[in-house]
Ligand binder design. Structure first.
Ligand code: AMP
Length: 187
């Protein structure tokens, strides 16, 4: 299965993506995780991405799209993949579509994890304490939520029109939410 998971920062995408991908036997591809690993490793890609990440802005599409295109050529993506945090705007969605179309494949579904903004902010502040992520400070959190609303949320309508969208309630116990996602994908 070729899947995309979309939802605001703090919706629990990373956690759910991990469980859902394991359950379906496909790789979990988180662009945020790849960027963070590159920042930690001091690579050129990390250096290109860091200032945008620290500000809560999107890393430029040219950088992000090339990185994803490269990742999707890895043989482990043959049975499918779960993209977490990509695409994040319309241009990325079109690039992904073209990339897959060139191989005569396409997405099977896009799961939107719906979480109210109070729960999102509470989770992000909680994560800031536990994980110490550089972009989990209050100002940057606010900017990331704005960027989501402005650039990423429109993708929900985009994928709804393509009949790919599955909307899932992202509030509750972790295992319950995983079950809801798997249910939405099989029904
Ligand atoms: P995430 O872990 O998905 O919240 O991503 C953390 C940060 O990485 C974001 O705030 C962006 O700066 C960057 N990032 C992750 N995915 C993308 C993407 N698809 N396009 C641009 N920037 C991204």
């Amino acid at each position: 299965m070729r899947l995309v998971l979309v939802g605001p920062p703090g919706a629990g995408k990373g956690t759910q993506a991990q469980f859902v991908a394991a359950q379906l036997g496909i790789p979990h591809i988180s662009t945020g995780d790849i960027f963070r690993a590159n920042v930690a490793g001091g690579t050129e890609l990390g250096q290109q991405a860091q200032k945008f990440m620290d500000a809560g802005e999107l890393v430029p599409d040219s950088v992000t799209n090339a990185m994803v295109a490269d990742r999707l050529t890895q043989p482990d993506t043959e049975p499918g993949f779960l993209l977490d945090g990509y695409p994040r705007n319309r241009d990325q969605a079109v690039v992904l579509e073209d990339l897959l179309a060139n191989r005569s494949i396409g997405l099977d579904a896009v799961v939107e994890l719906v979480v109210d903004s109070e729960s999102v902010i509470a989770r992000l502040l909680d994560r800031a304490i536990k994980d110490g992520r550089a972009d989990d400070t209050e100002d940057v959190i606010r900017r990331r939520l704005d960027v989501y609303a402005e650039q990423t949320e429109p993708l929900v309508g985009y994928y709804r029109e393509k009949s790919l969208l599955r909307t899932v309630d992202g509030v509750g116990q972790i295992a319950d939410i995983t079950a809801r996602i798997l249910d939405a994908l099989t029904n």
